[in-house]
Design a protein around this ligand. Structure first.
Ligand SMILES: [Zn+2]
Length: 288
């Protein structure tokens, strides 16, 4: 999960040109929609895409089908959609925090909100978590919703950490929230983590990282090639490591930072300190 810059394309003008293109099968059927679409785009941006506030103007099934077709294979007026797909592929997935995006996801699902099918501010980069999310948007309780990478500033905060229990070769691995119940977006964050992050491969990824760390600590934290003398030093090294990872991935909720946050738990720090302090330990040998 990550906060990313909202796209700056002029969607209203693009839709106008799209509707005028006589070479497209959708001509002239999008023309009567132009005013409604442009007003809807402006209203969406004005309420930051909040699902309960966006006015979902109905459009005909035929128009919806044309828009979905244009999304799948964008004509010249919508070339920016192709560009968005390509330019974000290598970046952190803003929805779940995995290391690559690969595709675009409709924040407001295109079946329920067809009018926003080709609206750039409704198209967010995502990885495979997109297909697991499917049409998930709102939870049963007040405030529960999927977070919007373009509008929810809380995505820039550190929201999630790994939790390691039963420390050893194969610990129990889970995710915990790093924000308190008093956080204004707590319900949304908690819902997003449960319905998107948790359902991704993150826990398996964290377990794999642990396994690498356990067998050869320097593979995961370079400074661990040496035995670190004190818990305070281990903590300082890991904080440095996490800051570097936040920087590389341009966000605090990437899976590698989530992993290191789990190591910064005082119980894990104490465990690591005890492992490094075993008399006669060969540097960078397994932590068992
Ligand atoms: Zn993802």
């Amino acid at each position: 999960m990550n906060k990313v810059q909202s796209p700056l394309y002029d969607d209203s003008t693009a839709f106008g040109s799209l509707s005028k293109n006589k070479r497209l099968g959708s001509y002239p059927q999008l023309q009567p929609l132009v005013g409604t679409v442009q007003a809807s785009y402006a209203q969406y941006a004005a309420v930051n895409g909040a699902p309960t506030l966006v006015q979902n103007q109905p459009i005909s099934e035929a128009a919806a089908a044309f828009l979905k077709g244009h999304y799948a294979s964008p004509p010249a007026a919508l070339a920016h959609i192709t560009k968005m797909r390509e330019s974000t592929e290598h970046l952190l997935c803003p929805m779940c925090g995995s290391m690559h995006s690969g595709t675009l996801d409709h924040y407001l699902p295109k079946n329920g909100f067809p009018i926003f099918s080709v609206f750039s501010k409704n198209l967010v980069p995502a990885c495979k978590c997109n297909s697991k999310r499917n049409e998930t948007l709102l939870g049963a309780n007040p405030g529960e919703r999927v977070l919007h990478p373009y509008f929810d500033d809380c995505l820039g905060e550190r929201l999630v950490s790994a939790r390691f229990e039963d420390l050893g070769a194969v610990p129990k691995v889970s995710l915990v929230l790093m924000v308190s119940n008093a956080h204004p977006s707590h319900s949304a964050i908690s819902f997003h983590v449960r319905s998107i992050v948790q359902r991704s491969a993150v826990v398996r990824y964290l377990a794999d990282r642990w396994s690498s760390l356990f067998l050869k600590p320097s593979r995961v934290v370079r400074a661990f090639a040496e035995n670190i003398a004190t818990q305070v030093e281990i903590q300082a090294l890991l904080e440095e490591e996490r800051a570097a990872l936040d920087d590389v991935h341009k966000g605090k909720n990437n899976w590698n930072s989530i992993f290191v946050s789990g190591l910064l738990d005082p119980i894990v720090l104490a465990w690591l300190a005890a492992r490094f302090a075993v008399p006669g330990r060969v540097p960078d040998s397994p932590l068992g």
